[in-house]
Design a protein around this ligand. Sequence first.
Ligand code: KIV
Length: 257
Amino acid sequence: MNKKISNLIKKKNKSKIVSLTAYSKNMATILDDFCDIILVGDSLGSVLYNYKSTREVNLDVMIEHSKSVRMGIKKSLMVVDMPHNTYRNSKEALRSAKIIILKTKCDAVKLEGGKEIYQIVKTLIKNKIPVMGHVGLLPQSDKSFKFKGKKISERIKILNDAKSLESAGVFSIVLECVETSLAKIVTKKINVPTIGIGSSNNCDGQILVMDDLIGLNPINVRFVKKYTNIRKEIKKAVSNYSKDVKSKKFPLRKHSY
Ligand code: KIV
C-alpha cells in the first residue's frame, strides 16, 4: 500500500486529518504544508465554471486542473474526483481512473455512492487504484441539497453504504452533510478514517472547499467557516493598482526595463 495512505489510515483515533480542495498549482503549494489530503474536487464545476451542478464537469477539465495541482504538491496525498458519468460500470470506471492516474499522477480517486458502486470500487482497487469513498449528500446525483440522516431509512442506508465501501477496500470515506450523531456512529463502526464536510467534529478529519474557506466564493452555508475575507483584500489591492495606474504612480522606473 502507498505509504501516504497507510500513514493516513493510522491517524484514525489518534490525530485529526486535515484536508482541503485545490484547483491550481499556486493554491496547492500553499496548502501542501498544512494538509494530509488535497482533493481536486469536482466542486470546481460550480465554484470556477458556474455550472448548475457538478454533473456538467467532465474528465478533461478535471485532468487539466489536476495536472496544475500536481505541480504544487510535495507531501500531501493527492486525490482527484471522478466526474459524473465516468464510472457508470466497472469497465468505464477502470478506463477513466487509469486515464486520471496516468495523466495527473495523483495518488487516488474519489467516487460518490455506496452499495451500488461496491463492484466498481472493488475493480479499481483490484487494479491497484486507491479509492476514497463519498457518502451522505451526493452532489452528482442528489436532487436536493439538504443534510442527511433525519429519517431512519436514510441513517440505515448511509451506515450500510459506508460499511459496503469499507469492505470494497476504500482507504477513507467523505461524509457530506451527515447528521452529527450518525457521523459519530459511522466513524465508530468503520476502521478507515471518515472525512467530514458539514458532518460535525465526530469525523476523523475535515475537508472544506478552499474558495469557501477564504471567502473567495461568495456563498453562505452553515458548514463553512470563513477564515478570511480574501475578496476584500483583493478589492483593496486592485483598487490601489487602479489608482496608481491612473495617477501614473505605477509603474515606477524600478518596474521598467
Ligand atoms: O467536490 C468537492 O470539492 C468535494 C468535497 C466538498 C468533499 O467532493
